[in-house]
Write a protein that binds this ligand. Structure first.
Ligand SMILES: Nc1nc2c(ncn2[C@@H]2O[C@H](COP(=O)(O)OP(=O)(O)OP(=O)(O)O)[C@@H](O)[C@H]2O)c(=O)[nH]1
Ligand SMILES: [Mg+2]
Length: 371
């Protein structure tokens, strides 16, 4: 599992790890997960050509059996030797609720790699109080810190965004807050540090030991402070439009509304999948309120129609997010005469209280684990 808070770079890293393993001759299957349906991550990974199963409608820990079903479906179609699973970025307690039960029941079938928890260094520096900038409320920060606490490997991603002094300050703060934890620094964008991390993941197995204590009341309340919105929009235009520009515009419009209403964004991500294309898509991301929307994949050329998938997670009421989206769509279509943006699917909600299927507070070796 590659964990970490919303927007830390998990999907980007999963894609690199999958390519790295494939180049080494391994068959790889990917598993994405979300509280809702219509996932940007699945679209992104499939567009990159990876075999991907998704578990919508709840997190791995609460849908443990769906995780196994997804692994079985991948096994039936391609017999992967390695599964890479990306848990929901607002989830924690994955060691006790996913890794340990998996090892207890299927230890002979699966060897579980150390749990990596990725972090965005700017988000982390703000949450740890090292730098000024937008922050989430205390209960969301509780979930964030719990994610770091249970990591076997703390992986500082996006090293390209900070200089060495800021990087060292963050490593020192993490080492003092989470003593003894292994800390790696990578950039999934420039690919620095990836080889070392991947080697560490594929050679080491997850250590045992008591799982961490979690106050499920605070965890549930923290997760529920985040509003969740997933939408699918049908795009049709009289004149050709540039999908990259359209996504960036829509992202800016929604971001402006988040900023005006002082709502801290966790991750706004969108894909544009043109009709009749060959699988190429455009993807835009916003992971901080003060960040210009970034295109992480661009589509070459202009199109008349397609589908936009929007996944927005921010500390705001879900109804507020819905209004921001609808306003954004109205203004965006007004900017382009002849452009229709029609909502095909829309869900907005707060994640429910986490109720894990299993919770093992220690690692039991009853599944014929080979070590
Ligand atoms: N500068 C920089 N940006 C990165 C790096 N890795 C990922 N990103 C960007 O960070 C944004 C979020 O990346 P994702 O991989 O979607 O993050 P995620 O953790 O999967 O997000 P969720 O699934 O929403 O929790 C995208 O714009 C990525 O291009 C990196 O090393 N450097
Ligand atoms: Mg992701």
């Amino acid at each position: 599992m590659i964990g970490g808070f919303l927007g830390a770079g998990k999907t980007t890293a999963v894609a690199h790890l999958a390519s790295w393993l494939t180049a080494k001759g391994k068959r790889v299957g990917l598993i994405t997960n979300d509280q809702g349906t219509g996932l940007v991550d699945t679209t992104f990974l499939r567009a990159r050509g990876f075999l991907t199963e998704e578990i919508p409608g709840g997190c791995f820990c609460c849908r443990f059996n769906s995780l196994l079903d997804a692994a079985r479906r991948l096994t039936a179609s391609a017999r992967p030797e390695v599964f890479i699973a990306e848990p929901v970025g607002s989830c924690t307690d994955l060691v006790a609720t996913v890794a340990y039960p998996l090892r207890r029941m299927y230890g002979g079938d699966y060897s579980v790699a150390p749990l990596s928890v990725l972090l965005d260094p700017i988000r982390a520096a703000r949450i740890l109080g090292l730098e000024n900038g937008g922050r989430f409320s205390e209960k969301v920060v509780y979930v964030y810190n719990k994610q770091l606490e249970e990591a076997n490997l703390l992986v500082i991603n996006k090293a390209d965004l900070i200089d060495e002094t800021r990087g060292q300050r963050l490593r020192d703060a993490l080492a003092s807050r989470f003593p003894g934890k292994e800390i790696l620094t990578i950039s999934a964008r420039t690919r620095s540090g990836l080889e070392n991390w991947f080697a560490r993941l594929t050679t080491g197995s997850q250590p045992g030991g008591a799982s961490m204590d979690v106050d499920y009341q605070t965890y549930g309340e923290g997760e529920a402070l985040l509003g969740w919105l997933n939408a699918t929009i049908r795009v049709s235009a009289r004149e050709e439009v540039d999908p990259n520009q359209l996504l960036a515009e829509l992202a800016s419009l929604i971001q402006n509304r988040l900023n005006q209403q002082s709502c801290e964004v966790a991750h706004l991500k969108m894909t544009f999948n043109p009709d009749g294309g060959l699988g190429e898509i455009a993807v835009v991301n916003v992971v901080r309120n003060d960040l210009v929307p970034e295109l992480s994949l661009t589509f070459p050329g202009a199109v008349r129609s397609g589908q936009v998938i929007i996944n927005l997670r921010a500390e705001a009421a879900p109804e507020q997010l819905k209004i921001m989206l609808v306003n954004g769509l109205v203004i965006c279509s007004g900017l382009h005469p002849g452009l229709s943006l029609d909502v095909e699917h829309l869900e907005y909600f707060r994640p429910g209280k986490p109720q894990p299927t299993h919770r093992d507070s220690v690692l039991a070796r009853t599944g014929g684990e080979s070590g």
